[in-house]
Design a protein around this ligand. Structure first.
Ligand SMILES: [Zn+2]
Ligand SMILES: [Zn+2]
Length: 341
């Protein structure tokens, strides 16, 4: 079969690789959708920047896969051939405290392997996965919905749960890339009547408005946000991963409000007394989501009839992976997916 490798320097290599064979506790997933994440671009595609859990080890790329199980190995008990599944993108040791909490993302065992980073990921025709890393996709959700949940939507949902968003509260989202769009869509579904988004890109603001992911999208200067949010949003979520946007999120969180930092990769300088202490803020660092939360989200999405694939603006076949990465890297649209009909 064919698989996509990411050797760095914005290059893509489509290589012929052996068909996976499931060992004990493993399954083979016929990959139907595999979306591209901001972290694939930041830490692998442009240059191999990652270390530790983000070190890319020359494997098939893609950590947001969804597909159908076509083979199961010995001792597989829960998953059956034919099941439609989402692959949780980290395979942890299964034994440590973080793994037992469902935060395989934070597992520090040498046995931890992330799909698309240290073990083969979803940019291929098939994927070898551990049974314990699979979540069953509800019938009413598409494979592309599933791929969007595997990382981005689950990350957004976890952040909104961490800050305990309650119905009726205003939400500010800074950064309207795919995760910011997910935060906006989920915040509305969870009962927020007023979601304000900020992004420097006019294309991204227009897309967020067109999708109905936010009620209003602005560049984010001080006066605009005071007009739109008054004393501030009870809840803010930064998805930009840029110091200026993180500061915007904090400064426009209402007194006693909650802010989640989700966007990665920045250094933030903040006047602690004026912005945080005197305004009684609670700030959460929120990294991906535990498996149980991802399962909860899949059930809720089906209940809400909310389809994450709406944030996918560009779809490509596996053969066109190079083009898919170019479009994702340009950062003008929404999510980019590699899909099979
Ligand atoms: Zn991701
Ligand atoms: Zn572990």
């Amino acid at each position: 079969m064919r698989g996509v490798y990411l050797p760095g320097g914005r290059r893509i290599e489509l290589r012929e690789v052996p068909d996976p064979v499931p060992g004990p506790g493993q399954v083979v997933v016929d990959v139907r959708a595999s979306t591209i994440c901001g972290s694939d671009l930041r830490a692998i595609y442009r240059e191999h920047l990652g270390e530790g859990p983000e070190a890319y080890q020359d494997v098939v790329g893609g950590h947001e896969p969804s597909g159908q199980v076509v083979a199961v190995g010995p001792d597989v008990e829960r998953i059956r051939v034919g099941d439609r599944v989402v692959v949780y993108h980290i395979s942890g040791c299964g034994q440590c405290d973080e793994c037992r909490r469902g935060y395989q993302i934070s597992c520090t065992s040498p046995r931890r392997r992330a799909y698309g980073w240290q073990r083969d990921g979803g940019h291929a025709e098939a994927l070898l996965a551990e049974e314990r890393d699979l979540l069953v996709l509800p019938d009413t959700l598409t494979f592309l919905d599933g791929a969007c949940v595997a990382c981005g939507f689950a990350t957004a949902y976890e952040a909104l749960c961490r800050v305990a968003l309650a119905g009726g509260e205003q939400v500010l989202v800074t950064g309207l890339g795919p995760v910011g769009l997910a935060v906006g869509m989920l915040a509305s579904a969870m009962g927020s009547p007023w979601v304000v988004g900020t992004d420097p890109s006019p294309e991204r603001r227009a897309l967020a408005r067109d999708l109905g992911a936010v009620d209003v999208a602005v560049e984010g200067d001080e006066d605009e946000l005071v007009d739109l949010l008054g004393d501030g949003a009870e809840v803010s979520v930064d998805c930009a991963g840029v110091g200026a946007a993180q500061l915007t999120a904090l400064r426009h969180t209402r007194r006693h409000g909650r802010c989640a930092l989700v966007g990665e990769g920045a250094t933030l300088t903040v006047d602690v007394s004026a912005v945080l202490i005197h305004r009684q803020l609670t700030v959460h660092g929120s990294w991906v989501a535990p498996t149980w939360r991802m399962a909860e989200l899949l059930e809720r999405l089906a209940r809400w009839d909310l389809h994450p694939e709406r944030v996918v603006t560009d779809r490509f076949a596996l053969d066109d992976a190079a083009r898919a990465y170019e479009v994702a890297d340009a950062g003008r649209g929404g999510k980019v997916g590699i899909v099979r009909a």
